[in-house]
Design a protein around this ligand. Structure first.
Ligand SMILES: NC(=[NH2+])NCCC[C@H](N)C(=O)O
Ligand SMILES: [Mn+2]
Ligand SMILES: [Mn+2]
Length: 301
């Protein structure tokens, strides 16, 4: 498999400096060699261009949502890169950067496939609209936008309208959902496996059910978007919106063992690592590298 590593040094979607250094620190810690070492061909496609913007531009494009136009432009570029990677039989592995980049990854991948599923592994739902967002941060809206819910400025990225059908969306590990997000999840009847559900039913059973449903759904592509804040806050101090009661490292690995063994994953995001706010012992980046080693050990050769 030709892995195409695409960096997106984006921080405007969470409005916290430092998460833009995610791609740089992961390269410094050897992500490219880790991929190679596990027997894959790897192409480092470099970083999508992210302009340096002054904070005064934050509300230039919208009174509430921050850095709207630049985030749209960056995602449009990302979408085209993801699409081209798939066209060239590559596996797009997108490293962030904040989760607003999910709109671009999904737009690009969904343009390649007839019908695609999205597995969103995250402490959050990221299904806010401009109306329901409590923060004005665009990393809280990408999954809603991809389902064609929300403002046309974000639902029409790369191409107009729906990128993924709600019935093909799977949320896993969520435990910090805003009230507007919960209402939308119920309205759309999303496949939502909260941390509470995982606790009740067991991770293995939940993963089995997700796999079954995806196989029954006849999609021809599956995008897996991994937000590192799905891991317990004690394991990822270097992320902008940490949440307690999350996955252990072993549970994080288990998610990939199960999902990758099906060989249906066709693209991936790895987001929200902020090395600048990591603690002294570099716990977050070390844990990320451990997860990444596991991913590339298990991904299809
Ligand atoms: N990708 C993330 N870490 N998203 C956190 C979103 C937090 C909150 N729900 C918001 O919309 O502002
Ligand atoms: Mn997220
Ligand atoms: Mn999150």
């Amino acid at each position: 498999m030709d892995i195409n590593v695409i960096g997106v040094p984006l921080s405007y979607g969470c409005d916290i400096d430092g998460v833009n250094f995610g791609p740089k620190i992961l390269r410094e810690y050897g992500i490219i060699d880790i991929i190679k070492k596990n027997g894959h061909n790897v192409f480092d496609m470099g970083d999508i261009y992210v302009p340096t913007l002054s904070k005064e531009l934050k509300y230039r494009d919208h009174p509430k949502m921050k850095y709207l136009n630049p985030i749209i432009e960056i995602n449009t570029n990302l979408a085209n890169n993801v699409y081209c990677s798939l066209k060239g039989s590559g596996f797009p592995f997108v490293i962030g950067g904040d989760h607003a980049l999910g709109m671009g990854s999904i737009a690009g991948a969904s343009n390649f496939f007839k019908d695609m599923a999205v597995i969103w592994v995250d402490a959050h739902g990221d299904i806010n609209t401009f109306e329901t967002s409590p923060s004005g941060n665009l990393h809280g809206v990408p999954l809603a936008a991809s389902m064609n819910v929300g403002d046309s400025s974000v639902t029409n990225i790369y191409y107009n309208g729906e990128k993924v059908k709600p019935e093909n969306v799977y949320l896993l590990g969520c435990r910090d959902i805003d009230s507007g997000e919960l209402a939308l999840a119920n309205e759309l009847n999303l496949n939502m496996y909260t941390m509470e559900t995982v606790g009740e039913r067991g991770l293995e059973n939940v993963l089995k059910e997700i796999i079954e449903k995806i196989k029954e759904s006849n999609v021809d592509g599956v995008h897996l978007s991994f937000d590192i804040d799905v891991l317990d806050s004690s394991l990822v101090p270097g992320t902008g919106t940490p949440v307690p009661n999350g996955f252990s490292i072993d549970e994080g690995k288990e998610v990939f063992t199960q999902l990758l063994s099906e060989k249906f994953i066709t693209s991936m995001d790895f987001v929200e690592l902020n090395p600048v706010i990591d603690n002294e012992d570099k716990r977050t980046v070390t844990n990320c590298i451990e997860i990444l080693e596991h991913i590339f050990k298990n991904i299809d050769k």
